[in-house]
Design a protein around this ligand. Structure first.
Ligand code: ADX
Length: 187
């Protein structure tokens, strides 16, 4: 079911540092202001509780994504907007999570070039990975499979966060997942 009161899952996928968490928080603030219930499932945070102890092998990443997907599925079918922000590098498990959903699953590709991520390197992880100090770092020494037909794509290397947010909200409105914000006319 598609309507401005139904839950859905907004699934961000993209490299570390591309802006998934920042966008998730911005979307949450906007949707909460519209009266929606929203939960963020952030990879970094989930790995401190629900996925504690998991590493970065393909198997562990897939387990992490299946867990996030499971919680998102339960939330979204109960009227909540579940916003997932994990690298989720493997196409097959993303598609599996999509198929398991009862509510709509909106895959959003947060696209940012590796050059720009290495230049920004907010957590200092790319420098370490390039020096070989982190094993299997996504985009450097581990695969990232970009979505083939994402529902939404934002380019955070050439768009501001505000512009990316607008792109996402416009698409969610177009698909009737959220109602347009009322326009206040100035007399
Ligand atoms: S996922 O692959 O299972 O989806 P997830 O989003 O939960 O990854 O966690 C990614 C975060 O873990 C990164 O933003 C980074 O801070 C940290 N990290 C530590 N080691 C790695 C690694 N080898 N590859 C990618 N991210 C890593």
């Amino acid at each position: 079911m598609n309507g401005p009161h139904n839950g859905f899952t907004l699934w961000f996928t993209g490299l570390s540092g591309a802006g998934k968490s920042t966008l998730a928080q911005a979307i949450r603030d906007d949707l909460v202001a519209r009266g929606r219930r929203v939960e963020i499932l952030d990879g970094d945070e989930v790995r401190t509780n629900l996925s504690k102890g998991l590493g970065f092998s393909k198997e562990d990443r897939d387990t992490n994504i299946r867990r996030i997907g499971y919680v998102a599925r339960l939330l979204s079918r109960n009227g909540v907007v579940a916003v997932a922000a994990a690298i989720s590098p493997y196409r097959e498990v993303r598609d599996e999570v999509r198929r398991a959903h009862e509510a709509t699953f909106v895959e959003t590709f947060v696209d940012c070039s590796l050059d720009e991520l290495v230049r920004r390197d907010r957590k200092g992880l790319y420098a370490k990975a390039l020096r070989g100090e982190i094993d299997r770092f996504t985009g450097v020494s581990d695969p990232y499979e970009a979505p083939e037909r994402p529902d939404i794509t934002v380019h955070t290397d050439r768009q501001t966060i505000e512009d990316s947010l607008k792109t996402i909200l416009a698409e969610l409105e177009r698909q009737h997942h959220v109602s347009p914000r009322p326009v206040h006319s100035v007399a």
